[in-house]
Each structure stands twice: as structure tokens, then as C-alpha cells.
Design a protein around this ligand. Structure first.
Ligand SMILES: [Zn+2]
Ligand SMILES: [Zn+2]
Ligand SMILES: [Zn+2]
Length: 127
């Protein structure tokens, strides 16, 4: 049995700037995405503030109203709206972006820890 393991994983670069404002979190940064050209930018990073915890509102209310099921939930960082992901039939998080222009959603799925900017089409990770 032949395993074709690629052991030449490039080490991620961690440029360490002198952190002038220690104590506060750095926030979000554009993640590298192997499927896309490098150098993707998000012009909305400064606007990413975590809205109040959705708590028990971890449902897609638009799907609930339609009696549908969803796959994963996305959480609008602008207003706190919770909508379902693009793999869900309703795609209500995207619909929310289309209606409101709110650019960035955080994944509420427990196995995902990233955000997505619909406007720039880049993944964001906590820096
Ligand atoms: Zn953006
Ligand atoms: Zn939905
Ligand atoms: Zn919103």
C-alpha cells in the first residue's frame, strides 16, 4: 500500500510586528486560500465587531418560517442577523447580505472558525 504523503508543508509566516496596543485582540485577517490568487484584501476588516452573542437565536428564522431545514448558520457581524449558509436551500445569510449590504458573516458551525466577506469573497481568520 502506497501512501502519497506530502511532507513538504510550507511553514506559515508569522510576521511579528511590535504590538503597540497589547491587551486588545488583533481582530481578523484575510486567510490564505489555496484556490485563489494571493493578495486578497478585505476593506471591511475595521468594521468587524462582534455583535451580541446570538445565544438561543441559533436558528435561521427565515427557514423556520418556511418549515425548511438548514445546514450551517452564518452570523452577520454588522447587525447580528443569523442566516443559513450557501449549502442550505435558503441561502439566507447571502440573502441578508444582498438586501442589506452587510459584508461579513462569522460561521456559527462548531467545526468552523472563520468569517467570510461576501463583498470581497475572502475568508477571514482571527489574527
Ligand atoms: Zn471585505
Ligand atoms: Zn435559511
Ligand atoms: Zn446584517
Amino acid at each position: 500500500m502506497i501512501t502519497n504523503e506530502d511532507s513538504s508543508t510550507p511553514a506559515p509566516e508569522h510576521p511579528r510586528h511590535g504590538s503597540a496596543d497589547s491587551g486588545s485582540r488583533q481582530g481578523w485577517a484575510v486567510a490564505r486560500d489555496g484556490g485563489r490568487p494571493e493578495g486578497g484584501v478585505c476593506t471591511h476588516l475595521a468594521a468587524v465587531v462582534e455583535p451580541p452573542d446570538p445565544g438561543p437565536r441559533e436558528v435561521c428564522e427565515e427557514c423556520l418560517a418556511l418549515g425548511r431545514e438548514w445546514v450551517r448558520l452564518r452570523w452577520c457581524t454588522t447587525c447580528g442577523n443569523v442566516g443559513c449558509c450557501d449549502s442550505s436551500r435558503g441561502q439566507h445569510a447571502y440573502g441578508h447580505h444582498r438586501r442589506t449590504g452587510h459584508p461579513i458573516v462569522i460561521s456559527l458551525a462548531p467545526d468552523e472558525s472563520w468569517a467570510w466577506c461576501y463583498a470581497d469573497e475572502v475568508f477571514l481568520v482571527e489574527a
